[in-house]
Design a protein around this ligand. Sequence first.
Ligand SMILES: C[S@@+](CC[C@H](N)C(=O)[O-])C[C@H]1O[C@@H](n2cnc3c(N)ncnc32)[C@H](O)[C@@H]1O
Length: 699
Amino acid sequence: MGKFKSKKNFKNRSKSNGQWTQDRVVGVLKSNEKFFDFYKKQGLVPEEEWEQFVETLKKDLPVSFRIQGCHKDREILCKELEERYIAPIAASGDAGALEPKPLAWYSGAYQTPMSRSEVRAHPTLAALHNFLVTEAELGNVSRQEAVSMIPPLLLKPEAHHHVLDVCAAPGSKTMQLIEMQHETDPNPSGFIIANDVDKKRSYLLCHQVLKRMKSANCVVICEDGALMPNMRMKDDAALRFDRVLCDVICSGDGTMRKNPDIWPKWTPQEGLGLHKLQLSIARKSVQQLKVGGLMVYSTCSMNPMEDEAVVAQLLREGKGSLRLVDAHPRLPGLKASRGVSTWKVFDREMAEYATFADVPKEGPLVRALTESMWPPTEEEAKEMNLQNVMRLLPHQQDTGGFFVALIERVAEDKEEEERRRVEARAPAYKRQKMFKDEPFTFLKKDDERWDDLKSYYGIDESFPYENLFNRLIEGDNARQLFFVNESVKEFILNNMKTLSIQNAGMKMFGRNENKVEKVRYRISQEGVDTLHKYMSKQKMQIPKEDMLILLRAAGKQDDKGQKALVDMEKFEAKEGLRSLKSGSVVLYVDETRPICAWIGQRTAAPYIGKEERIHHLRLLGEDVDSMEAIEKTKRKQKAMEAREAAWAEKAKEEEKAAVKKEGVDVEVEGGDEGEGQQQVKRMKLDESADEELKAEDEN
Ligand SMILES: C[S@@+](CC[C@H](N)C(=O)[O-])C[C@H]1O[C@@H](n2cnc3c(N)ncnc32)[C@H](O)[C@@H]1O
């Protein structure tokens, strides 16, 4: 349906009242008769709102974002955003440039009616866009779809809570949960277990969530949420969670504004096909909840098959142990429809089946459909209170479509308890996972590495060094040391034999490759905020002007393309700096904002990434617009090169496939592909997948 062959036909845009509308984008016709028929018949959208519903779905998704709730410089960032980036847009008088406005229901969150590509391309919004990109890379800003911010807000995790995020990648909600745990306590005693069944996506959680959030209380695991092994804490005590987020895989018909290719593909079959999987993930997830604990079940689909039908079956199976909490009063200012207790079941061709008994007993349908897909009886509906859930329709506040249910466990699930008791009696080897990961080795009391670090950096005895770990049995040679809080350590030690734990916490030290230095590890910027408070050596306050010299130079390169080192003579504090040992140091103007650096006898250089450098310069009052513009150009160039390389690779593959098809044995230039070439190819494919996931993560 609706695919256009020529690129010329791709765009058919018009602009009215300062708002873009699009009927077709990148070859996709934004229309689908089955979709319209299905949603009209479900009656989820009031008749008088139908036109507006459809019109909104056809528009590109507006850009929304929020400033990290627990960031120590949140107020400065909010002020910068308001005064430096938003106010000029409002003052520009440009009718096509619409400034972001605060969301009524979430402090620190904003939305502009403009789409991502419009914001990126509009000159008046260029500085804002660059600000968002830099700060999002550091986790200080989250470029997250507005409705996707709702589940963590309903869960409201507290600092001491144990939280499980069952389907976590790419991780925007995990980041929000981590943030919320840190809002009342900078060192929360609880933890967040972020899980995803997909290995690659769980790596993404490690690379983006753990790295960006710099938190000691998050663990990434890779398990099937529908078969999640039971988890334990000290003394073999069963681990039950205070909060569970079950943001399941879904048909995503609420994301059509962002993913227009869903339009032609959509049929009722998508929802039917996912219902069983969603139910099995949700069923296992709700079993992880302690009495009094809360679970959010959410989807970015508006289809009752994936939404109310799953929730209703959970309640039915819960036999009174679960209660549906009214989510609506918890977020005043948010417009949402209430859930429904009746809906219709259609097959792929839109044939309706009034009851499960009406499904033909022969043929594929009887295997595909289950009784749980049908609405509850009147009697059941009275008990279930499905009106308590939220359905967010795109036209209600110019967002994507979304569904959220807030479920409380009010009593133990007796059958589940019995299952767990039987399982606990099984011999330990039967409970172990099939594949072994690198073990987590925590530093011990007599660990030489700790003595080394303690004396070199003057780290106070009160620092919980036994919460540092590496991923090798013979730890002495480990490349990195990570730091976690006490409860994460307990979790890892009690579950690493049965769970596939990918990584945890923040990187605090990286191995020193420079043989001249007298210490094995240098300090990593990710861990410096936590560590520097315990340090008495290799740390120094410097004047603001010195810090500016250091950070400005960090972006420059010398003639040979090497990072430029700053001549020590340029610093006002040169005498003090020379009194430190050559190597890894922590420098600051204001002690709340330390940065890692390296000093030698004659030169110095910061040990931080480019975004971190821009961020620190911004906080020191420097105008960073031109630096961010340069970074944007570099990103564009890199993306273009990656695209060209991918096309070249694809063309080569196609050529090879065509030749093979003709039965001709061709010799690839330079001979057969060796293992090395194949490995490079695999790495390239991995990188391009990473880029795709990254793009998905950024709205
Ligand atoms: C809607 S996305 C989650 C989005 C995420 N919560 C966020 O806010 O960034 C669904 C995720 O579920 C994962 N998934 C699919 N089946 C799963 C299963 N059986 N167990 C755990 N995760 C699963 C997918 O890999 C996907 O990353």
